[in-house]
Design a protein around this ligand. Structure first.
Ligand SMILES: [Zn+2]
Length: 339
């Protein structure tokens, strides 16, 4: 009896030891933990180490301790906190040479989305309340979108546009003042001014160059502006699927429009507006519906940023009466000639 009990205890002990060894050495677990956590900023690591995430926190320690010889990886965003998130299924990089067009409503050449793939796009921001709410909804689902801000709005709310870029979304532009570039009296010069000033405003707000992605206001593709954008190697975005969120009476209407069209078409670039309150309200539920429907988000990024034109950058800074932030070192501006 005593022997039997001893044998049982020994077996249990052995099992515990085996389980522990397996737990600490299991290689997939180590691989998964390594990239996102070793170099995560302190705040993110603290956020991850909540009681519910104790396992993840323990993995960090094991990974770090087990491989002290590993070089420190460059900073990366921590893994998605939502295990059931919509996420990003695929990231594509766009070579914008020659101004390719996207969105089957106007451009049929580049059919790059697979069945059930969608691209989320938002126009007309940045705007207080609505844009931050859109950003939160996207962040909660660990997913990414393309934003087409209006230049003027970017100058009103640069701090919000900075948040859009900081969250890892792609930022293009949508003209300076949302002018229709397809009217009869449209001149090449006016179209150029609207486009370039819009980009310069986005750059001024971000403190960084925007992506060479453009969406025409009201999807009005003027021929002069089209030719100009092609010469600037800017990709033109129409859409596959218009949410018509700007005329929706409530958030539900937006969700229904998008899901009905999407279930019919099977995939597409979705046009929405982070400027619109109903869109911001609809987005959490809409993203859940996309996930439930088996849709996958593709993020579009530009191969290279857009070089804004210095004359427009300078004119805008003057117009905005922004104090010019000199990039020259003090010693090149102020020189001591006698002491
Ligand atoms: Zn617009």
């Amino acid at each position: 009896m005593r022997n039997a009990l001893g044998l049982m205890l020994a077996s249990v002990g052995a099992a515990v030891v085996i389980a522990a060894v397996w737990y600490w050495t299991s290689s997939p677990r180590v691989e998964l933990a390594a990239p996102g956590t070793v170099s995560a900023p302190l705040a993110e690591r603290l956020a991850a180490a909540t009681p519910g995430k104790a396992l993840a926190a323990r993995d960090d320690v094991a990974t770090t301790a087990a491989s002290p010889e590993k070089p420190v990886a460059p900073p990366q965003k921590s893994a998605c906190a939502n295990p059931d998130a919509l996420g990003v299924a695929r990231v594509v990089v766009i070579d914008t040479t020659g101004g390719p067009g996207f969105g089957f409503e106007h451009f049929k050449q580049l059919d790059f989305l697979a069945d059930k793939e969608v691209v989320l796009t938002f126009d007309d921001g940045p705007w207080p309340g609505n844009t931050p709410a859109v950003l939160k909804a996207l962040d909660d689902e660990c997913t990414k979108a393309v934003f087409f801000p209006i230049g003027k709005h970017a100058t009103y709310h640069p701090e919000i546009l900075k948040q859009v870029a900081a969250a890892g979304h792609t930022v293009g532009a949508h003209t300076w003042s949302h002018a229709n570039l397809n009217t009869k009296k449209m001149t090449e010069q006016f179209a150029k001014d609207e486009i370039e000033k819009g980009y310069s405003a986005v750059k001024l707000a971000l403190g960084a160059a925007p992506s060479p992605f453009f969406r025409f206001p009201e999807l009005q593709h003027g021929p002069a502006a089209m030719a100009y954008l092609a010469s600037r190697n800017v990709a033109i975005f129409s859409c596959d699927l218009d949410s018509f969120d700007f005329r929706a009476k409530n958030p539900e209407q937006i969700i229904n429009t998008v899901m009905t069209k999407l279930d019919k078409q099977g995939k597409g670039i979705i046009l929405m507006h982070d400027f619109q309150k109903h869109t911001a309200e609809a987005l959490p539920a809409l993203l859940r519906r996309l996930k439930a429907g088996g849709y996958k988000v593709v993020q579009m990024k530009a191969k290279a940023p857009l070089q804004t034109l210095a004359e427009y950058d300078e004119a805008l800074i003057k117009e905005m009466k922004v104090p010019v932030a000199s990039t020259r070192p003090v010693s090149s501006v102020v020189q001591t000639v006698s002491e």
